[in-house]
Design a protein around this ligand. Structure first.
Ligand code: ZN
Length: 324
């Protein structure tokens, strides 16, 4: 495991394990950035996959989960090989996730290859980009393989999208009951839902009781999405936990756009279930923006859990990654 101490020059900066970094071969990365710049926001940093590791390290991000996905048939195998090679070259830095396009010919075998032969640490599914609901029958081999191997599923199933062209379809694919239905078949599997399930945050928070290995990543949920949309970050003090009656869980007053001060009590109640993530490099700001927000609002012990300990526990020592 990466256990080296922080450099003496930055004693306060906590090290971070970012569970949400996108790594794509150059041409695909450029295609994705073009989409963002035409539909959402300008991309601040456009590193090659190889440049990503040192660039993020400059912001205190020492380990990361690398994610890729495809909605084009025929690409999953190439992407999984690409990710496995990056893990082999950077085992100290990178935990690699594979991808499949559920339903395409041979995808079950590719799930097995990604988690077996390539020894990738999990599978990433993006419901509305790949146009598949969590409880679709084509997802069963993915959930089953994750359950059998004890690896991790990262499933983007919150309905927020930068493109409203298919809003109706997105709302259908990403309806919370469909995720719950999928989870109840294999309720113990390790799952990360990114963006705290935006924009149905409270409904995902409610599921933490039922599913013991459900984790929520903070990517763009802790102020980043607001900044990306040109809004100012609220300058607020966290609500004291005492404002909630004893024994009663803090509730968000509205589902959409929970303010930072409302997420803090939620995180403090279940600090072991939140993972720091950035969504780098698809960001219009530096990758430490939300780390600064978390530092500002979370007490030190909770901060350490969210930034490092939870992910380190989930993925284990660096030596275990990579091809077997
Ligand atoms: Zn992402």
């Amino acid at each position: 495991m990466t256990t080296r101490e922080l450099p003496a020059t930055s004693p306060r900066a906590p090290r971070a394990f970012d569970v949400h970094v996108h790594l794509f071969p150059g041409m695909l990365a450029r295609f994705i950035w073009k989409w963002f710049e035409e539909n959402a926001w300008q991309i601040r940093h456009k590193p090659t996959p190889e440049e990503t590791f040192d660039l993020l390290a400059r912001y205190g991000i020492e380990r990361m989960v690398g994610l890729c996905y495809t909605h084009q048939p025929g690409l999953a195998g190439m992407l999984n090989d690409f990710m496995a090679e990056l893990v082999a070259a950077h085992p100290e830095r990178l935990v690699g996730f594979g991808t499949v396009l559920p339903g395409e010919e041979g995808f079950e075998a590719e799930v097995q290859r990604a988690l077996g032969e390539l020894n990738l640490s999990g599978i990433k599914i993006h419901c509305h980009v790949q146009k598949i609901a969590p409880d679709d029958d084509r997802m069963l081999p993915v959930f089953d393989a994750i359950a059998e191997t004890g690896k991790v599923l990262q499933i983007h199933c919150g309905p927020v999208s930068e493109s409203n062209a298919h809003k109706h379809e997105i709302d259908d694919l990403c309806a919370v009951p469909r995720f719950v239905r999928a989870m109840r078949r294999t309720p113990d599997i390790k799952v990360i839902v990114p963006h705290i399930g935006y924009d149905e945050v409270q409904l995902y928070l409610d599921m933490l009781d039922e599913f013991p290995n459900l984790y929520l990543d903070t990517a763009m949920a802790f102020g980043g999405y607001r900044v990306a949309r040109g809004e100012a970050l609220p300058d607020v003090r966290p609500l004291a936990l005492a404002r909630y009656e004893k024994g009663q869980k803090p509730r968000l007053p509205e589902l959409w756009k929970p303010a930072l001060e409302q997420l803090v009590p939620q995180i403090m109640e279940r600090p072991e279930r939140f993972l720091f993530g950035t969504d780098f490099p698809n960001l219009p700001y530096d990758p430490d923006l939300e780390m600064r927000e978390l530092e500002r609002y979370l007490p030190e012990d909770v901060l350490r859990q969210v930034l490092w300990d939870n992910a380190a526990r989930l993925f284990g020592p660096a030596e275990r990654q990579g091809r077997t």
